[in-house]
Write a protein of this length. Sequence first.
Length: 281
Amino acid sequence: MTDQQARYDDIADGYAEWWSPVHRPGTLGLLDEMAPTVAAGARRILDIGCGTGAMAVAAVTRWPDVELDGIDASSGMLAIADREAATLPPEPRARLRFRQALADGLPFEDRTFDIAASAFVLQLVPSRFRALREMRRVLRTGGRLAYVLWLRGGERFAGDAVYDEARVEVGLEPRWADEDEDGEPLDDHDDVPSPEAAVAQLRRAGFAEARARADLLVHPFTPEGYVGFVARFDDEDEWAALGRGRRNALEHVLLERLRRLPPERLVMRMPIVYATGVRAR
């Protein structure tokens, strides 16, 4: 098990409660990218990095003729996906399968699927190129790849700045202390630089008819919701390691500072990119 698999096993419940609702609109927006291919007759879909199963469940609900296989590296995430799938009626549930696997080592034969889709996962793989080549391998001729991923740039969320201020007030280092020469957080570097870069990478991986478009993911936080997000998902390990006194102090200071912000300052706006291409041969 990799460190990343172990981390997602540990945070699976927090992910489902606090992070999945944030990116869910962008994830489900990927279905609209896939819709013309389904309308043209696509029936087998592969969801790479299916996480808690949001897109997989929505796909078999939206399209009564498709079958979907979802893979994820984390058994913890797959357990939640299974719980979500269990809420489906028997017929769509029967068209949905999950298994543990890696994006760059898909356990399927060549030319198995009509569509390969991935939502907010390709920034986590060791090699995006290898993962794209694997996705191409399991697509039939004419099959479509579609993904949504974070797009580099955008304005810093006001809540994050307030979080840094609160951390400093209680004697902790600011979270975004490590920045590159352009002032961007170092953990931003696996995001797609531009739609043009996404298209170029798809072409290098052997996809034809490659195209990409930028979009914006918008999520309004409440002060309490943002504290839950950082404390029980985004920085869960650090918050758990803090002593009770400092943890309570940080939560109190952070909530007080967040409540002073006008509601519009607590709307997170994150640039994303939808990209798609076709296996031509």
